[in-house]
Design a protein. Structure first.
Length: 332
């Protein structure tokens, strides 16, 4: 069932992607805001309570609906899985940024590419050379692909195999969203989230993303240059994270970026862009300001095509694994 649900969700998402500011995401944003406003009293246990209500409760609701529909008819449960995956899984939630910047660079319009990158991540990209534009696009796009596609697939596949339906997909996406949204809210005057809630959200997100980040890195190694990806992972994952205080979240990001650098032989890491203004909700809030660089070729336009191939080969690898698991269950 997992294979068919993921396949159908990807097809529907490619044909008709969710529009920005859609009603579903609006409801989830309101839910995260309500949880922090009504349950966040500033103490550690309040932070964990707010996080549990914001993240765990929707996951349990998705599971309950799945189980109820399964009792009525398995086909209804599959439809529910497809709907949940359609909301939580997909390239089109971020790929238009990548495509627009790549097309601008392909036409030689570096000024437009800088502006598009600045609008996407809310950074000052006015003085970036071409290679640095490409590097930042690769880094942000790979992390987005991990969080919107491979991380969701990881948690969905594991929990669906245990009979828990789409609960894993909801848990992963809500955990990532709540950590990002509460960080965004904490930086707005008068709408702050307590340090307890921020700690609970960040800690939980780091733990939940720990295994998916490494599964993504392994997938990139398998479909890319395996030895170089593993070597880069071992030597540079921690150095690509925040240098002054490496958290689990930063280590997860470092693992994905280091494996990507080795898989396609590209230099990643280095100085980070300074935020032009308070980051909006869809920007990466916790980028370190400076890191070391991995070895590899200087980023160039051809690497963007290599990244597209790397990501899609990883998707195919995931689908093959899901197909084999589904076949094994049917035969068993």
């Amino acid at each position: 069932m997992s294979f068919f649900a993921v396949l159908l969700a990807l097809i529907v998402e490619q044909a008709r992607p969710l529009a920005p500011g859609n009603a579903v995401h609006g409801v989830l944003r309101s839910w995260a805001r309500w949880s922090s406003r009504n349950l966040d009293a500033g103490r550690p246990h309040h932070g964990w309570l707010a996080w549990s209500v914001a993240v765990v409760l929707p996951s349990l609701a998705a599971l309950a609906i799945h189980l109820a529909l399964w009792q009525v008819h398995p086909a209804l449960a599959i439809v529910w899985n497809v709907l949940v995956l359609y909301v939580t899984l997909g390239f089109r939630q971020f790929s238009h940024h990548f495509t627009d910047i790549r097309d601008a660079l392909d036409m030689g319009d570096e000024m437009q590419a800088r502006q598009l990158l600045a609008d996407w991540q809310q950074v000052d990209a006015s003085e970036l050379p071409r290679s640095e534009i490409v590097r930042h696009v690769i880094e942000h796009s790979v992390l987005a692909a991990h969080r919107h596609v491979f991380g969701v697939l990881s948690w969905y596949s594991v929990l669906a195999a245990l009979g828990l339906g789409p609960a894993g997909a909801v848990l992963y996406r809500m955990s990532e969203f709540v950590a990002r949204y509460w960080t965004y809210k904490s930086r707005r005057p008068g709408e702050g989230v307590s340090a307890a809630s921020l700690h609970a959200a960040d800690t939980s997100w780091g733990v939940i993303d720990y295994l998916p980040a490494r599964m993504t890195a392994v997938a990139f190694a398998v479909v890319g240059s395996f030895e170089d990806a593993i070597d880069s992972w071992r030597q540079y994952a921690q150095q690509l994270a925040r240098p002054e205080q490496v958290s689990t979240t930063d280590r997860n990001k470092g693992v994905v970026l280091a494996a990507t650098a080795g898989a396609v032989n590209v230099r990643l890491g280095g100085s980070r862009l300074k935020a032009a203004r308070a980051n909006p909700l869809d920007a990466d809030q916790d980028e370190p300001q400076a890191t070391v660089s991995t070895p590899g070729r200087e980023p160039e336009l051809a690497h963007l095509r290599s990244i597209v191939g790397l990501v899609w080969r990883s998707v195919v690898l995931w689908m093959v694994l899901l197909a084999l698991l589904t076949l094994a269950r049917l035969l068993g």
